[in-house]
Design a protein around this ligand. Structure first.
Ligand code: SF4
Length: 159
């Protein structure tokens, strides 16, 4: 997907990404390996936030291909039992929901980012009656804690 920036990551996730790289390297295409050699695994953006490096401002360096299907190499290694305790960056896991913490307050803005690439998931969710927040309950619990994520899901059910 073309775009200016890679996936946002937390500072605390940098060490996890560095730990994951040697394990996932075997899944990565040559162009991603060359990009990593030249630019590293992650970037600091102009606003001081961190992102994962991309290949020519398109796909993430951790994209791995199975035929014409793009998968996350970190998640693939996690599912294969090669990585413990880190499934993928939490912002990726939550997408298409974005969570923005408010500075100096224990509150968050939560946004749904609607993009055409998610249309297949939206159609399936409608067909199978799976609300997005319930589908994302696991990453929501990662981001907000179990109790808070359950409160959020319950409050949406009552709408
Ligand atoms: S899910 Fe994996 S491949 Fe996709 S942007 Fe996140 S780290 Fe990169």
């Amino acid at each position: 997907m073309p775009g200016g920036r890679g996936a946002p990551i937390l500072r605390s996730e940098i060490s996890e990404i560095e730990r994951a790289f040697p394990i996932t390297e075997k899944y990565l295409p040559k162009a991603a390996s060359e990009t990593i050699k030249e630019h590293g695994l992650w970037q600091i953006e102009f606003d001081g936030t961190y992102t994962i490096t991309t290949v020519d401002h398109k796909e993430c360096i951790f994209v791995t291909w199975e035929g014409d299907i793009a998968l996350c190499a970190i998640q693939k290694a996690f599912r294969n039992g090669e990585i413990n305790g880190f499934e993928k960056p939490v912002s990726c896991h939550l997408f298409p929901i974005r969570i923005y913490p408010e500075k100096q307050k224990d509150t968050f803005f939560i946004c749904y980012e609607e993009i055409p690439e998610c249309e297949g998931g939206v159609s399936r969710g409608k067909k199978e009656h799976i609300p997005l927040l319930e589908f994302l309950s696991h990453p929501l619990a990662r981001a907000l804690g179990k109790e808070r994520s359950e409160q959020l899901i319950e409050s949406f059910k009552s709408l």
